[in-house]
Design a protein around this ligand. Structure first.
Ligand SMILES: [Zn+2]
Length: 199
């Protein structure tokens, strides 16, 4: 079994917008309207937490067990981050802007945001070892993005985890995908690290 470490980043997107407020001030017997410029900050946190992530990883690992691969949640941190493009939804472009700030060092980075709206239920950049999902993305969507990090491309139909659209919960990997995942750069990286630690 090869263990791939994952650091989860529970993101709170912050959006700051300037606003003009009016307030009434008394000057002696008279009242005057004063205008002031203030910054309003809205925060959009993910509703996921360590417990729900653990449960998701259990489901994800049922799928990858066929490839003798296990994803292990090493760390989870809550992090505020300025919303890309000032949007409360993370889209594919916004994800790419964030992805560069989370390159893989010793673990894959999983970004969790409240709302993800892209061409699929999540997004990933294989060469950076980073992926993202929204709160309503299924466990399968997480497994699908992990599949991309393992070098798997879109293929197959609804019966295939790596199909472009949705798949049923627990949809298995095909024999070809298992072979490709085990030949991937990410797999080799973690399997060589583990054999070094074992020696
Ligand atoms: Zn995909």
């Amino acid at each position: 079994m090869v263990t791939i470490l994952v650091d989860a980043h529970l993101l709170t997107l912050t959006i700051s917008t300037p606003e003009i407020v009016q307030r009434t001030v008394r000057v002696g017997p008279a009242t005057r309207i004063q205008r002031e410029r203030v910054m309003r900050t809205r925060e959009i946190p993910t509703t996921r937490h360590a417990g729900s992530l653990m449960a998701s990883f259990t489901e994800v690992n049922k799928i990858f067990a066929a490839a003798d691969i296990e994803f292990k949640l090493r760390n989870w941190t809550k992090e505020p981050i300025e919303a890309p493009k000032g949007s409360e939804k993370l889209d594919d472009d916004g994800f790419l802007m964030l992805a560069n700030s989370f390159p893989m060092k010793t673990a894959v980075n999983l970004l969790l945001v409240h709302r993800f709206q892209g061409s699929e239920g999540g997004a990933s950049v294989e060469k950076l070892g980073v992926c993202a999902v929204g709160d309503d993305s299924s466990d399968n969507a997480i497994a699908h993005e992990f599949g991309h990090l393992l070098g798997l491309a879109h293929q197959g139909d609804i019966r295939d985890l790596m199909n472009k659209g949705l798949s049923a919960p627990g949809t298995p990997l095909t024999a070809r995908e298992i072979a490709d995942a085990r030949a991937s750069r990410l797999f080799k990286l973690f399997s060589s690290q583990q054999s070094q630690t074992a020696n």
